[in-house]
Design a protein around this ligand. Sequence first.
Ligand code: GLU
Length: 281
Amino acid sequence: MSIITRFAPSPTGLLHLGHAASALIGWRRARAGGGRFLLRLEDIDPTRCRPEFATAILRDLAWLGIDWDEEVRVQSAHLPDYAAVLGELRGRGLLYPCFCTRAEISREVAASIAAPHGPDGAPIYPGICKGLSDSERVRRIAAGAPHAWRLDMARAVGEVGPLHWHEEEVGDVPANPSAFGDVVLARREVSASYHLCVSHDDALQGVSLVTRGEDLRAATSVHRLLQALMNWPTPTYAHHPLLRDAQGRRLAKRDGVRSIADLHAAGLSPAYVRALAEDGA
Ligand code: GLU
């Protein structure tokens, strides 16, 4: 079976060297192995994603000489796919509606003695809505109360048992999704979530090797759990170090890091910019 890799940016800004480095890793692996390289735009959050950034991503990748196979998958055009997964998980009693606002969760967390945080830095959901009765849930939803859908983590983990994934150059890594608590699979504002969409799409698109930054390594535990619950295949993972600036900070758009578009406009060649990205500029 030939290798299928992907680059899955969220169009929340212009690509910088860190993105280029990540895209090049996946692209080179696919091209070296006679496989396929896919491009996916993870744009389900309309408050953060903008169509002009999506256009710019395609333009900048093409300028860098990175080509992709198949049509670009644009997640916002496939919301019914994600709703179907949510429907199934809900039918199996693995999700519950959460009516909390962020402020309510923060207040509850601040008032509790131990306020554990998940690997992503977010507080573990303190379970406010977990104990609501079915009739209360139905009443609130019927009244139009905005709500997210959370995974009942204990139940989900109990259903599938211990899990691991294969991390290239490391070996089998035990998954620890419980560290995230009852994660949100459909947000209040967006009827899906990153964890749900990325796991669904990697399975749908037959991705066999996920290459992405090490900042997403911990989240792989949640993705592995969703794969097990939905009987989706598990790709191999290869999390790579993030590019850092001269001060050792990871590159981020907010720090005014120069975009690929800036480097292009400054007259640098695609080969030079690729080398900057790959040498860990
Ligand atoms: N869309 C995610 C991001 O831009 C990356 C998803 C992934 O590679 O798994 O951070």
